[in-house]
Design a protein around this ligand. Sequence first.
Ligand code: PHE
Length: 343
Amino acid sequence: MGSTSLKIAEIRSQFFMELEKVCYAKDVEALKIRYLGKKSPLRGLMQELKECKEEERPQFGKMINDLKEEIFHHLDHVLQRLLFSEENSKVSQEKIDITLPGRKRFLGHMHPVTLMLKKATDILIHMGFSVQLGPDVDSDYYNFEALNFPFDHPAREMQDTFYLNTETLLRTHTSNVQVRTMEKYKPPIRVIAPGRCFRNETISSRSHILFHQLEGFYIDKEVSFADLFATMEEFWSRLFEKKVKTRFRPSYFPFVEPGLEVDVHCTSCNGGGCKLCKYSGWLEVCGAGMIHPEVLQAGGIDPEIYSGYAWGMGIERQIMLLYGIDDIRKFTENDIRLLSQFY
Ligand code: PHE
């Protein structure tokens, strides 16, 4: 009996000595295994109990259990204390580095073509036009025939066409919206039609198979050349954000009569002559003219009563002129270094 209680006292003092040396939470776990685990001296004592006198057993059993509980309690206490102080010192060592610069956010940009279409459309809406969209895939009728391009007319060769079959094609210009609109509405009609166009051209710095146009037309009683001139001056001045002079040269498109080419005073040299305008002082900006009586008729509008003007401009070309971009292919390459300059 005496030797057993001595052993218990020894284990106890041994435990407290070791516990005093513990510095880290992880060591508490090791100590726990050593004193409460399967191979602990207390377990050994439990085995020895079987050999001692029966009447002494409950007393020893209790002593061993009390010590186990005491050990458990102290281990837990020390563990909580160490965990707390370890957490505290970790937090006090962590510093927030406020010298790190903020992250730059990269916002998306609108494509320059979208921006130019939007700019032109906004100006023209303010000038009283409303928007009509035509289909990219259209019939030969609306793209050519109704616009006074008969089937075997050589003028068709002005626009190399992607045919899907003999009747269907990818529109070569936004003029396909003209007769469609006339069929739908009665004059006065004041419409613009922005959109994509396609031509079977060899791709180069100056021409592409995919490009954008904006068409505009006005049909009413007594619409004259003077209205077209005034609209052109006003529109191009607003687009180039300064008063620009316009010039009109005779040209040919089957759906207008007379047909014109519209020039504006070079935006870069103001007419003095520079590389951009090839030293002519003028930039060619769009085709235009008075809507051909045959076209009005195809749209169900009486040319004896009504007249109208129309113009059509290439969007990529305007951007190239305005920003000095020398290659139309850049609009489809989508190089972020170019695109990010437009917003
Ligand atoms: N559709 C013509 C073209 O693509 C431009 C144009 C439109 C000319 C309207 C006259 C009137 O070249």
